[in-house]
Design a protein around this ligand. Sequence first.
Ligand code: ATP
Length: 255
Amino acid sequence: MLQLQNVTFTVPALDTGEQKTPSGQTIINDVSFTFEPGGFYAITGPNGSGKTTLAKLIMGINALTSGKIMFNGTDISSLPINERSNAGIVYGFQHPARFKGTTFRDLLSISLGSDDEEKLVNIISRVGICSMDFLDKPVDSKLSGGEIKKIELATVIARNPKVAIYDEPDTGIDLWTIGPMVDLLKREQKENNTTTIVVSHNKSFLEAADTLLLIKKGKIAYTGDLAGAMPMLEDLSVCTFDEFCQGEDDAQCYR
Ligand SMILES: Nc1ncnc2c1ncn2[C@@H]1O[C@H](COP(=O)(O)OP(=O)(O)OP(=O)(O)O)[C@@H](O)[C@H]1O
């Protein structure tokens, strides 16, 4: 069980070499929530509401300003990323890194902790990569957005995570690939009891989730199923910029 207790993230002061002065903007504000083992959660909300920041706080990519994160009874709030990863929390990036001179086989072997061919094939077939040649592709800028996403998913799944966090996994993926990707994450959730947390605006992921967390201005505005969230999702007041238009129906903006 993964518990967020009064989790807060305020933009830290920049170290200018002089005394630190807090820049002070609170991005995540006093968020408490429990992710049950094996649940499928979608974190959604307007642009800039704090979804990625919340995911990064769970992974330890951002350090908490205050509050606590408990994982299976242990306080992991001050653990670095690698120790959270060793504990079973794994993060798939929105824009995965590309490493010149590294092949997919290298990356996957590191994630898997083994270069056993049979195990590598098992993982690539789980993410829907049929060609063995793909294993020896360099992970560089020549890969398409969809290919790099599949590689990222494979490296997360290879770690056999207890908690898998995917930040906008549909970025760079065509509409025809989203369905199979949702099916893949659902299958991994069910077969391995993986607690799955997906940051997404995509309806397919929102429909797949057991529970939605709707984030608005750094706070949880709603938790529950998609049907219950619909009025809020359709309500323009969830827009981050609503203080400028006060929610007027005919506001001239790009929401
Ligand atoms: N370390 C940081 N320093 C300064 N500002 C930050 C930091 N981390 C996040 N922010 C700001 O916090 C806000 C929320 O960012 P975040 O990436 O969490 O939003 P999001 O809800 O995931 O948005 P999107 O849907 O556009 O991906 C943004 O305005 C972002 O610029």
